[in-house]
Design a protein. Sequence first.
Length: 404
Amino acid sequence: MGVPKDLIGQRPLAMLETMTETSGRRQLWVRLATILGIWLIVGVVLTGQSALVIYSARRAYEDLPQQAPRATTTELFLLNIAESVIWAGLTVGILWLGARFPLAQRRWWKSLAVHVPASLATAVLQTVLAVVVNDIVRQDLPRPTLTANVLFLYFVAKIHSNVFLYWAILAASQIINHYRQARARELRESQLEAKLAQTQLQLLKMQLHPHFLFNTLNAISALIHQDVELADRMIARLGDLLRITLENASTQEVPLKQELDWIQPYLDIEKARLGPRLTVHFEIDPAVMDARVPNLILQPLVENAIRHGVAPRPEPGRIAIAAGRDNGKLRLAVSDDGPGLQSPEAPRAGIGLANTRARLEKLYGAEQRLELSNGPERGLRVAITIPFHEAAPLRPSEPNGSHS
């Protein structure tokens, strides 16, 4: 008997809602405990101050009026802790009002119209509660009769400090909220920038794949009427290449040895098309085989070298693929023995090199370079410099081809 579909869809949602509610309650209790803890610390500090006052009063007892009331340390501790608990409760209300009526907004005067009477009301409420607590705790001390005049006297004596504490707590809450909002905004912006960069990289790769596929199919179509068996092998290699491309569509960086393995099907296709006119030479430092490189970064460079340096000429051509470490950077280079650049102002243009340059800028920013230059005798050399960092070791089942 299967589980109803409605339950299958609702259980994860209900679990998610329960987890969110639990997390919200936990944060609320943590904040309340923090507020109470801060005020209890203030109460302990005030108790220490009061104890010092009592100690000093005892030393000056002979010089004080004999009718002056004295309080025990226990009474002072209870009074200060009670005051702290009162202010902890009032702080919760002040924070709530601060969140509901923030001062850092365009219509701040409306919030000010709420906080001014609220600060006075808080001062009155704190005075009443403090008087009641004093009357309860100070059992053995002379205390006045609780009348409206006595309450007014306490209010006048405490209004300045109470109002000051209200606005100090409100200001602190506004600063903290502003800081949190700024951090949340920065986090959202950084996440959006990361998503945008990832999307742009994916678009660049999607732009490269149809371009490469079009050129490869053109190469195969040229062989169909000349050598059917060879064209069939090329189609098989194209299938391998497309499989590799699709399986790693979301991967931005791969080990260099994996990149060299993936370029091999393309080289096989071009060798089949050009025959003995194409020779490929690898100059790879074994120490950089595990270095991470952008996925399919070599294919457009090799394609550019074959298309402009080898294919247009009737005589044999040669391309070289090199990789090594240079001053803590990874340096990749693809060179050919073709005509090279006609002039520095008119380098070879095309979607492959433009796409490669854009991908490098997105991945590495200012820590990358793509340089085109003529060789010592002839030909073009395209060199890429990127930060050197190694990949995790490949499992035995993963490809690890050898190159010479």
